[in-house]
Design a protein around this ligand. Structure first.
Ligand code: C5P
Length: 314
């Protein structure tokens, strides 16, 4: 792994730590279809990476096994055993490569935990890449995608980053050539919503005739390709899970209204929530809105971010 500039064969050196920065994802368009026979819902979504990053560091341990430590906001709420997707990702690479795992994984969390920003999926994607490098396991793109999809529906996107259309249960990706940068204020809340809980609420509301499948991603894909202004993008944001998230946690509505009152161009629940994204015109507006939201209260933490950004980088 370590390249030498002398041109001579590199001596065998103990492997150093490998650090991978991996961004959060948002879904500017999240269309949710009916539940399929396997329990998953058909999705028609547009993913985009934004500039909130976790850093995943892996290094060889002296003892066999997988050890996980976590630091950062919400770190104490995360499991460090097999329930953590990063541990499962490391196991998958070890099994695939036929190696005995001997790794210390450290997650430095800056992506808000359990917020609908795919922090856990991002960590899993970064761990796949980092462990493959650490153990020198060659994994082709198709196989990496398969391993990622086995870990979760949005892990394949987290491997790629940028902007992409997601179909199937979210794991089938088509790259979008997005030209532009859009600015967001990201407001997390004290409440939590589990992803399955939110999908169930979508189903329940549909039975009552509330909501429908927004399957057409073309308008927003064209908008990203043609670098529209934020005011036009604001009109194109879609989230079929938003009504369900607000139905489960009505306090989200007041947070959303608060941001709109303070000048946001749009308020948009991130994925299955409960994080709320506010679209703003530029970074100056982002800084100003973030300050006003912090003063109002009602959000647990407020961040500014822009997108799209590239996927995991070592
Ligand atoms: O794929 P992932 O493990 O992230 O999904 C978590 C849960 O979210 C699933 O078990 C399922 O209940 C729900 N889900 C869904 N339809 C999708 C993706 C997830 O119903 N397309």
């Amino acid at each position: 792994m370590n390249e030498q500039s002398s041109g001579q064969a590199a001596p065998s050196v103990p492997s150093a730590a490998i650090a991978v920065d991996v961004p959060a994802k948002i879904n500017p368009h999240l269309g949710v279809g009916n539940a399929r026979a396997d329990g998953y819902h058909a999705l028609s979504t547009v993913y985009q990476s934004i500039s909130l990053y976790d850093t995943v560091t892996v290094e060889r341990a002296d003892e066999p096994g997988i050890e996980l430590t976590v630091a950062g906001e919400g770190a104490d709420t995360l499991p460090t055993g097999d329930d953590n997707l990063a541990v499962r990702a490391a196991k998958l690479v070890a099994i695939y490569g036929g190696v005995e795992p001997d790794v210390r994984i450290h997650l430095n969390k800056r992506i808000p935990v359990a917020g609908g920003l795919a922090g856990g999926s991002a960590d899993a994607a970064a761990t796949l890449v980092a462990c493959a490098r650490l153990w020198e396991v060659a994994i082709g793109d198709a196989e990496l995608h398969r391993l990622a999809a086995g870990l979760g529906s949005d892990v394949p996107f987290c491997l790629k980053g940028g902007t992409a259309v997601g179909s199937g249960r979210g794991e089938e990706l088509t790259h979008v050539d997005s030209r532009g940068t859009w600015h967001w204020v990201v407001a997390t809340t004290d409440t939590q919503i589990s992803t399955p809980e939110c999908f169930k609420e979508v189903d329940r509301l549909r039975e009552e005739g509330i909501g429908r499948f927004s399957s057409d991603v073309d308008p927003i894909v064209r908008a990203f390709e043609s670098q529209v202004g934020a005011d036009e993008l604001a009109r194109l944001l879609v989230n079929d899970m938003e009504a369900a998230a607000v139905s489960l946690r009505p306090q989200l509505a007041s947070l959303m209204h608060g941001g709109l009152e303070e000048g946001a161009l749009a308020a948009h629940v991130s994925g299955s929530g409960p994080t709320v994204l506010f679209l703003v015109a530029d970074v100056k507006h982002a800084v100003a809105l973030a300050r006003r939201l912090r003063m109002r209260g009602g959000a647990r933490s407020v961040h500014i971010a822009h997108g799209p950004v590239s996927g995991p980088a070592a």
